[in-house]
Design a protein around this ligand. Structure first.
Ligand SMILES: [Cu+2]
Length: 119
């Protein structure tokens, strides 16, 4: 009986964990922590584009001593999916659930346009 209870408890824990991911049943094996890292440095996003697997996160870190933003969409056409102000040393992560190509910009500085390729 105790073995059965353990199995049920494990199944419940797994189910709860998956539902907490918010979504897409197609990538249950996407490893957590396999994140893409983007440095914001000298008014550039590096690397650009950054590539990540669906279901994983991109983490931006501002290494400039000036404020930047990481804003989903193209210049003047924010999608609202994310919009974060970052000062020196600040970081922000966003998980991309679905495959595709995503544009983002720093709304403060012309020319700071980046891309995320999710595969
Ligand atoms: Cu900027």
């Amino acid at each position: 009986v105790s073995a059965l209870r353990r199995a049920l408890a494990t199944a419940f824990a797994l189910g709860a964990g998956l539902s907490a991911c918010g979504g897409d049943d197609e990538q249950p094996s996407a490893p957590k922590g396999a994140d893409g890292a983007v440095a914001i440095k000298t008014f550039q996003f590096k690397p650009d584009p950054v590539r990540v697997r669906a279901g994983t996160a991109v983490r931006w870190e501002n290494q400039d001593d000036i404020e930047h933003t990481v804003t989903a969409g193209t210049r003047g056409k924010a999608t609202g999916e994310f919009d974060k102000k970052l000062n020196l040393g600040d970081a922000f992560s966003h998980t991309f659930a679905k495959a595709g190509t995503y544009a983002y910009v720093c709304t403060i500085h012309m020319g700071m346009d980046g891309g995320v390729i999710v595969g």
